[in-house]
Design a binder for this molecule. Structure first.
Ligand SMILES: C[S@@+](CC[C@H](N)C(=O)[O-])C[C@H]1O[C@@H](n2cnc3c(N)ncnc32)[C@H](O)[C@@H]1O
Length: 296
């Protein structure tokens, strides 16, 4: 991303999350009244372009995609907290407002949001302008420019207890990073993840970067213009071994489309999420339960 510009992709996905409010009940999986404000839309509340969401198919697909992606990670985080987990790290948090959306469920937990200074600064300004105080603890970090090996110490200085299980969320970030930053990030995550800790992340397949479908090529052109091109993907067949080499055990890995089929009525699940976009769940150490998403 550009050094001095808050992430535009973060604003886009946050707005799409808010626009879920315009969906009919059977298609709504999450509530996020905060997201639209970060894109400069709708002040502190939401002014969803209901007609756009209902009738403009490509736009609706984005909104649905965000419903599914965010819901899967919400569920995994809440399951961790229900088992007694008290620490959440949101890596590349952008305009993620879980600390606000789940203020009640997370009352006994601490949320640490780590992001690029440009994006995090914009987030804090927007929240201040709209009179919202987030209970999250902010840590600024550029994953490409600052050594990731130093981030565990910085998080500890901010109050993260490195001896306690931590749930790390890495939503919509891995595709924007270099190979070196990905490797260093996972090693850093492992360093703040004692047994019982979990990592939930989204990723795109290597194939969808190397051989993009038409819709992904169009998206790629927009992302390059925004200064946030996709750079990194994993081969799903190799992901378990890759994580294992770094001390994490893959617990679940499924495409957004598969999650959509599980979570939504068939008519709504159709067309949600390219098969090349996936959500993976991994755990650290031998202690703690699996966070694998229950399949029905
Ligand atoms: C698509 S946004 C996702 C934001 C959020 N996780 C969500 O799902 O709403 C990508 C995020 O990665 C962050 N990011 C990208 N490159 C980064 C870097 N080099 N250092 C720190 N953060 C970075 C951006 O600031 C942005 O918040």
């Amino acid at each position: 991303m550009r050094d001095d510009v808050p992430s535009r992709t973060a604003a886009w996905v946050a707005a799409c999350r808010s626009y879920g409010a315009a969906l009919p009940d059977q298609a709504r999986l999450i509530e996020d009244p905060y997201g639209a404000a970060f894109a400069g839309l709708g002040g502190g509340g939401v002014t969803p372009p209901a007609a756009m969401v209902r009738w403009l198919t490509p736009f609706r697909r984005w909104v649905m995609y965000m419903q599914v992606r965010t819901r899967v990670l919400d569920d995994a985080m809440l399951a961790f907290v229900a088992r007694g987990g008290t620490q959440i790290v949101v890596l590349g948090a952008g305009y993620d407002c879980r600390a606000l959306r789940f203020a009640e469920s997370l009352r006994g937990a601490r949320v640490f949001e780590v992001d690029h200074p440009a994006t995090q600064g914009h987030k804090q300004r927007v929240l201040a302008r709209t009179g919202v105080t987030s209970p999250a603890t902010y840590v600024t970090w550029d994953f490409e420019a600052r050594p990731m090996a130093e981030l565990p110490t910085a998080l500890a200085a901010a109050g993260l207890d490195l001896a306690k299980p931590t749930f790390t969320i890495w939503e919509g970030v891995t595709m924007y990073l270099s190979d070196a930053a990905i490797d260093a990030s996972v090693r850093a995550i492992k360093a703040w993840s004692p047994p019982g800790s979990e990592l939930a992340f989204t990723y795109v397949t290597r194939a969808s970067i190397d051989h993009p479908a038409l819709v992904t090529r169009a998206l790629g052109a927009m992302l390059r213009t925004a200064g946030e091109p996709w750079r990194f993907g994993w081969d799903p067949a190799a992901l378990g071994g890759w994580l294992g080499d770094r001390g994490l055990a893959l617990a679940d890995d499924a495409s957004i489309a598969e999650h959509a089929q599980r979570l939504l009525p068939a008519a709504w699940a159709r067309g949600v999420g390219e098969r090349g976009r996936r959500i993976a769940l991994a755990r650290a150490g031998g202690v703690g339960e699996s966070i694998a998403v229950a399949r029905t």
